[in-house]
Design a protein around this ligand. Structure first.
Ligand code: SF4
Length: 395
């Protein structure tokens, strides 16, 4: 057992019961984290618990100034959390994808789990069939799988993060923990689906041939596999510098970094291995495939994304994808306070709408919605420019 696992168990014993934030903690938490529902690309994200003892060096909590908070605390209880989610102005029953506790804790930590299962139970009881995503790198037990199997309405996906990074300063939790969770969850899955979330893949750190072989071997214990890169924002880079960690890139970036050559090596290795579950570049594509439905983010319009997708899934997405009516889109954009710039074969392009408003439109239309000020380069799939050649096309 790595040092980190023992430490997490200590935190579990210290915080056997999930408590609310103390006055002192409340004063230290950024306002953004107290807002428990936020619209992100993969859906409405509910974060009613914050704080995590897992010390992953690349954690997004650096961005919220929350990395120092090791004991998970409830911002609101499960009943209030469900009310905040379903009462959110952008929540649409049976349509809006939902993510639980993906911003500032791990939903499978023993002290967090009871809260998560209570949220799931309440949502399911209300008959919602929305997708619900749970991302974990921690231990999944048989009783957790049994509880997920009792849910009747929600379309639940458990995404198990595996990186294979061996540097304990960056990845304190042994990758064997995720491997065991993945195998167990996949073996028990009846009413939910399991995805191998292979990330972050970082050149020089965990992209050797044996890393690729191991991940591809694990992908056989999942309904689908997503492979992706690293968010290397300023705050994360600063943490690397302060702790003397090797910096994987010279620059930071707004989007995930994933070099083109690395993607090609992974696809070649997967073709050679020939087994395992299908690989996807996008989380929502893997979730959609695992549940046998079309991609809810409308990635089908970005045609080059689909060249690695199983043919039956391409057919599903082709059938579900439709160029939206420009007048309808224009009205939606105006109602949200922005304006329509264009409707192309690839995406709706808008101006003056924030991320949350664009995602609402995207999930409602099942079609990509881009900001005119943040162009997506062809063949780059919304990833950072680092590690890709200078674009020659602009369509
Ligand atoms: S067909 Fe394209 S959009 Fe649909 S799941 Fe596959 S990769 Fe994603």
């Amino acid at each position: 057992m790595r040092r980190e696992e023992a430490r997490v168990d200590d935190v579990g014993r210290m915080a056997a019961r999930l408590r609310g934030l103390t006055e002192v903690e409340l004063a230290q938490v950024q306002a953004e984290l107290l807002d428990v529902v936020e619209y992100r690309k993969s859906g409405l994200s509910l974060n009613s618990v914050i704080g995590c003892p897992l010390d992953c060096g690349y954690c997004v909590r650096h961005v919220f100034g929350n990395f120092g908070m090791k004991v998970p605390r409830e911002v609101v209880g499960p009943e209030q959390a469900v009310a905040a989610l379903t009462g959110h102005r952008y929540f649409r029953p049976h349509l809006t994808p939902v993510q639980l506790m993906n911003r500032a804790t791990d939903p499978m930590l023993p002290v967090v789990k009871p809260h998560v299962f209570e949220v799931l139970r309440r949502l399911d009881e209300q008959g919602f069939t929305n997708h619900v995503l749970l991302i974990t790198r921690w231990r999944v037990e048989e009783e957790d799988c049994a509880r997920l199997n009792t849910l009747r309405q929600l379309r639940v996906t458990l995404l198990v993060t595996h990186s294979g990074i061996e540097d304990e300063r960056i990845e304190p939790v042994d990758s064997g923990v995720a491997a065991r969770s993945l195998g167990l969850a996949f073996g028990c899955a009846e009413r939910y689906r399991v995805i191998l979330y292979w990330r972050p893949i970082v050149p020089g750190l965990n992209d050797g041939d044996r890393h690729l072989e191991r991940a591809l071997e694990l992908s056989g214990s999942a309904h689908a596999t997503v492979f992706t890169g690293l968010f290397f924002r300023d705050e994360i880079r600063n943490y690397y510098r302060a702790h003397g960690l090797p910096e994987p890139y010279e620059e930071s970036a707004r989007r995930k970094i994933f070099p083109e050559r690395l993607e090609q090596r992974i696809l070649t290795a997967a073709a050679r291995a020939g087994a395992g579950s299908p690989l996807f570049r996008k989380t929502s594509c893997a979730v959609a495939y695992a549940h046998g439905v079309a991609d809810y983010n409308g990635h089908y319009g970005i045609r080059e994304l689909c060249d690695i997708c199983p043919i039956e899934q391409v057919t599903r997405c082709a059938n579900g994808w439709q160029l939206p009516d420009a007048r309808r889109v224009e009205a939606m954009a105006q109602e949200l306070g922005g304006r329509l710039v264009a409707v192309t074969e690839r995406a709706v392009v808008v101006d003056g709408l924030d991320e949350q408003q664009r995602y609402l439109m995207q999930h409602t239309l099942g079609f990509q919605v881009h900001d005119v000020a943040k162009p997506h380069h062809p063949h780059r799939h919304g990833r950072a420019d680092l590690g890709w050649p200078v674009p020659v096309e602009t369509s």
